[in-house]
Design a protein around this ligand. Structure first.
Ligand SMILES: CC(C)(COP(=O)(O)OP(=O)(O)OC[C@H]1O[C@@H](n2cnc3c(N)ncnc32)[C@H](O)[C@@H]1OP(=O)(O)O)[C@@H](O)C(=O)NCCC(=O)NCCS
Length: 162
């Protein structure tokens, strides 16, 4: 498959509606990949979306004017390192280098901010994403946690030096 020709851009404060549209699309299309259900975020107010776009760095991939991929760089807390979250690429554009391009954009910003590592959590049964992350240089840290108390599925933490 040919590689996608695209722009990667960082959403600005006023782009909350762009974030809402692509995030809800991701949750509807890939519910198995995320721990937050579509019905929960569908009910969020404009205020909640605005807050999210203002407090996290949201990267989107744009192909021919259409947003077809996303990922967020999140500073969880002073004690927790920066994580990449909400990673999603439209099925029409998978395996064409879109996430690689998003990751390149994130790494550029992260390096400028003085970060040396990036982290992410992935559900342990998401074999496709695990293979992609491994291919892009992420390694399992050995950490595993349940997504909810007593929940069967767990997530793994991966790290990549940048
Ligand atoms: C996981 C996901 C984001 C990957 O995005 P993508 O744009 O298809 O990935 P890329 O095309 O940039 O691929 C990156 C590398 O992984 C490889 N790769 C892509 N899909 C793969 C697959 N299914 N199996 C193995 N390797 C794969 C590519 O060959 C590429 O390596 P290369 O550049 O050396 O050839 C996408 O499949 C997706 O949105 N899945 C559903 C949602 C999801 O699972 N999100 C993750 C939540 S943690």
């Amino acid at each position: 498959m040919t590689r996608a020709v695209l722009d990667v851009r960082l959403l600005e404060r006023g782009d909350w509606h762009v974030l809402r549209t692509i995030r809800l699309r991701a949750l509807a299309e890939s519910p198995h990949a995320f721990t937050s259900p579509y019905q929960r975020e569908f009910r969020w107010s404009e205020h909640q979306w605005r807050r999210r776009v203002e407090t996290e760095d949201w990267f989107v991939a744009v192909d021919d004017g259409h947003v077809i991929g996303m990922a967020a760089l999140v500073d969880c807390s002073p004690h927790d390192p920066h994580h990449i979250e909400s990673i999603w690429v439209a099925p029409t554009h998978r395996n064409r280098g879109v996430f690689r391009a998003l990751l390149d954009g994130i790494i550029e910003i992260a390096r400028r901010a003085g970060l040396t590592d990036l982290w992410l959590w992935v559900l342990e049964d998401n074999r496709c994403a695990l293979r992609v992350y491994e291919r892009l240089g992420f390694e399992w840290t050995g950490e595993r946690q349940p997504i909810r108390p007593r929940h069967r599925c767990r997530e793994l933490r991966l790290r990549r030096r940048i």
